[in-house]
Ligand binder design. Structure first.
Ligand code: NDP
Length: 309
């Protein structure tokens, strides 16, 4: 019988084991480090695969990552012959959409200002803008960005997105490529980052890019900490060029104790919780991909190693 090895959070692994027993009795589920005979292992799901993967599991057919990003992986240690598949599932994307919506609403409904007012005991209503007056711009047009944009469009926000290749989505002004960045930023007052971390995007959220946003803009950073230059963020908040930031990811995670961003009144930090894969949905997504692999169909979430995402 082919075997599936799980190497990630052990508590979740127990849930995966129960789900595999119910939904895929023809695949033997094993949890790292109890991998049994390595020759049986055809599939693996891991946050970090073991070094010398091909020597450890010579018959491995598919490597699944248990997250949506692959920036933590050393691609050179994963044989080219083994397809790498990242986590794509609708519930995962919906979790991200909820987080982004909440962050945008915080800005739209002046929650940072009211928190400051409350701290000073001030009762001062502010005018309410309609959602259509709030210009949200999303960096990235992938699985998570599209789900977030879908919800933002439903609520009536003025939405735009920027990506590498051209996309179309109803209710979203789509920008593509480096030459379109300036125009995208100029019309964006809430910038949401949902890019993968690659050589091209590392450090992208620096002073040069952020200062092209209109004065008073806000940042929602939900992708990877290393996209953002924390020093640039602090300077732009201090000058008032940026009015607030929401950070679900930082570099390092967590920020060191005493880092000024922890206590900044215009910054909200959450511990990388924007979304997480639920075992029941993740297992279905993995089993569907195993089926597609055997039927010769393209798998959902197959990583293009040249692009790096
Ligand atoms: P996808 O791979 O589906 O989408 C990536 C998007 O980014 C694509 O639209 C792609 O453009 C665009 N892109 C990539 N590189 C560039 C570039 N150099 N210039 C312009 N656009 C670029 O990713 P997901 O939506 O699934 O996930 C996005 C990221 O979200 C993950 O990589 C991860 O970092 C982060 N994440 C955060 C979580 C959290 O809890 N905070 C949880 C899960 C993920 P194109 O369409 O043209 O290819």
């Amino acid at each position: 019988m082919p075997a599936f090895v799980y190497k990630s959070d052990p508590v979740r692994g127990q849930q995966w084991a129960r789900l595999f027993a119910e939904r895929a009795p023809d695949i033997e589920f094993r949890q790292w480090p109890d991998t049994g005979d390595p020759a049986d292992v055809r599939y693996m799901a891991a946050w970090t695969p073991p070094p010398r993967l091909h020597e450890v599991f010579p018959n491995l057919e598919i490597l699944f990552t248990t997250g949506a990003g692959i920036d933590h992986l050393d691609l050179s240690a994963i044989p080219d012959s083994v397809p790498l598949v990242r986590m794509i599932d609708p519930a995962f994307a919906e979790g991200m959409a909820q987080y982004v919506l909440h962050a945008v609403l915080d800005v739209h409904r002046d929650c940072f200002d009211y928190a400051e007012q409350q701290a000073r005991g001030v009762w001062l209503p502010r005018p309410i803008r309609s959602a259509s007056q709030v210009r949200v711009g999303v960096l990235g047009m992938g699985n998570l960005a599209k789900a977030s944009l879908h919800r933002l469009v439903q609520l009536g926000y003025a939405c735009a997105a920027w990506s590498r290749s051209a996309h179309r989505m109803e209710g979203v002004e789509c920008f593509a490529g480096a030459q379109a960045m300036r125009a995208f930023l100029a019309r964006t007052e809430v910038l949401v980052c949902l890019l993968p971390l690659t050589d091209d995007t590392r450090g992208l959220l620096g002073e040069e890019l952020l200062s092209q946003l209109p004065r008073g803009a806000s940042l929602v950073q939900v992708a990877r900490g290393a996209h953002l230059d924390h020093g640039a963020l602090m300077r732009l908040l201090a000058s008032g060029h940026l009015s607030s930031a929401r950070l679900d990811v930082t570099d390092p995670e967590p920020l060191p104790a005493g880092h000024p961003l922890w206590r900044h009144p215009r910054v909200r930090i959450t511990p990388h919780i924007a979304t997480a894969a639920r075992p029941e949905v993740a297992v279905d997504a993995v089993l569907e991909n195993i089926r597609r692999h055997h039927d010769g169909q393209p798998m959902h979430g197959l990583v293009d190693r040249k692009r790096g995402y």
